[in-house]
Design a binder for this molecule. Structure first.
Ligand SMILES: [Zn+2]
Length: 453
């Protein structure tokens, strides 16, 4: 057995597991199975005896199931240190009040160091939940310039992939809006020059309710200039639609489509308050709609019409919206809530698996310019081992059921990103988790005091 630091330095990595589920295009089950990763990319995978370990660092994950890593298609690492924050004053009654009394106060407290610590806290938890790639949407109005670099550094230190955007908004005036646009432009240039496939940029925007016509036009222009997708919230509460109708548009979707925001690759989070015509437009424009069920429940904003979105062929994905790092839990909630509420068997039983393991993989592939989400040659070397002890045999016909009801609920023992070990036998390889968490808890206390001051 070689040491963890040696593993980190080797160009080739060979992993062996009691069971390997390659997912992607195949339902194959390899028991035991193995995978060989070279220079970040999977070069061989299959039954253990058929995969070469020559010249590679070896990790035997033992009695575990090895599957591809997960992508969280919409999150806010900046909210990590707000977990457990007591409310300030009476409970907010509307979505807008939640923004005004909590998030628009919280994000102004963040400085460059707490931006970094928030990112570290969120990314450590993400890795422990099998997530190797996050699509983050960041806000820190008192520390805009360079904020995305601090998050990228945190992701690099821990070893995860991160697609980053700054939340452009008019809410704090046009000077701050312009700083937000500039931060997106600056980071997009940095990410374009990076060939690692580990960082990527999107062009971040808050939501229709805090963006005027000129700002929407600037965002569309910047997305075209950089060739990067827009990433924004849409129809989370009723406020977006009310504002769009006041401005003479039929709906938020109508307004954003008119402004050129909705197009292939654009990522919108939520789409809770959309009607049939909106759904048609989302499908026609090939907009990616990220569903965040636990957040929608937490904010009591309503429920995205998942059955109608699926039937229309809208490109769906799944996020946590900063609630936690565990995108697989949001997947489970999505399946349960929509099948219960809509009594609609058009929503497939294996929806949680399809969204989390497949649709989100498509999002990661597009964002990072890699092939993501399968243990197969040519795919990114992102794999995760779960300490799952199956009570029934895992067979090709029941891979999704085992993933949903067993694997994704089991402790994560190993995480490898781009062929580099991040977590080995439950311990982070590249960073001291406890030392970081001591600092994040101290920072969270300071922020809590400032929030309530
Ligand atoms: Zn969000």
């Amino acid at each position: 057995m070689i040491s963890r630091t040696e593993v980190g330095r080797m160009a080739a990595l060979f992993l062996r597991a009691e069971t390997v589920l390659p997912l992607g295009e195949t339902n194959a089950v390899w028991s035991p199975g193995a995978v060989r990763i070279e220079d970040g990319t999977i070069v061989e995978a299959g039954p253990a005896g058929a995969v070469s370990s020559a010249g590679a660092a070896e990790i035997d994950v033992g009695r575990a199931v090895l599957v591809p890593g997960l992508c969280n298609a919409h999150t806010h690492l900046y909210s990590s240190l707000a977990r457990g924050l007591p409310p300030r004053g009476p409970d907010p009654r509307t979505f807008r009040e939640i923004l005004e009394t909590l998030w628009w106060r919280w994000d102004k407290l963040l400085d460059p160091d707490t931006v970094a610590l928030s990112a570290e806290a969120g990314l450590l938890e993400s890795a422990r939940r099998g997530v190797t790639a996050v699509n983050d949407h960041h806000a820190s109005p008192s520390a805009i310039d360079g904020s995305l670099d601090r998050i990228a550094e945190a992701a690099g230190a821990i070893g995860l992939r991160a697609a980053l955007a700054y939340e452009t908004t008019d809410r704090d005036g046009f000077a701050k809006r312009d700083q937000g646009l500039a931060e997106n432009a600056r980071f997009a240039a940095r990410a374009a020059a990076d060939r690692s496939g580990r960082i990527a940029a999107t062009i971040g925007a808050h939501a229709s309710l805090t963006l005027g016509e000129e700002s929407l036009a600037e965002l569309v222009r910047l997305a075209a200039l950089t060739g990067r997708p827009l990433h924004l919230h849409m129809d989370e509460g009723p406020e977006d639609g009310e504002g769009a109708r006041r401005g003479g548009d039929r709906s938020t979707v109508g307004r954003l489509a008119r402004a050129g925001v909705l197009r292939p690759g654009t990522i919108v989070a939520h789409a809770v308050h959309v009607d049939d015509r909106d759904i048609e437009i989302l499908a026609e424009t090939k907009t990616v709609v990220v569903h965040n069920p636990r957040s929608n429940g937490g904010n009591a904003v309503g429920r995205a019409p998942l059955g109608a979105l699926l039937r229309a062929g809208v490109r769906l994905a799944l996020g946590t919206d900063g609630m936690s790092g565990a995108v697989a839990i949001d997947a489970a909630v999505a399946g349960a809530v929509h099948r219960m509420a809509e009594k609609d068997r058009a929503i497939p039983f294996d929806l949680p698996f399809r969204l989390a393991a497949e649709r989100n993989a498509e999002v990661a592939s597009a964002l990072f310019g890699i092939r993501y989400g399968s243990i197969a040659p040519g795919f990114a070397g992102d794999v995760v081992a779960y300490a799952y002890r199956p009570p029934t045999p895992i067979r090709p016909e029941n891979v999704a059921a085992h993933w949903m009801l067993g694997i994704s609920e089991s402790p994560v023992t190993h995480v490898v990103v781009s062929g580099e070990p991040v977590l080995v036998e439950g311990t982070f390889v590249r960073v001291d988790e406890e030392e970081i968490l001591d600092r994040t808890r101290a920072a969270a206390d300071r922020l809590r005091n400032a929030f309530h001051a």
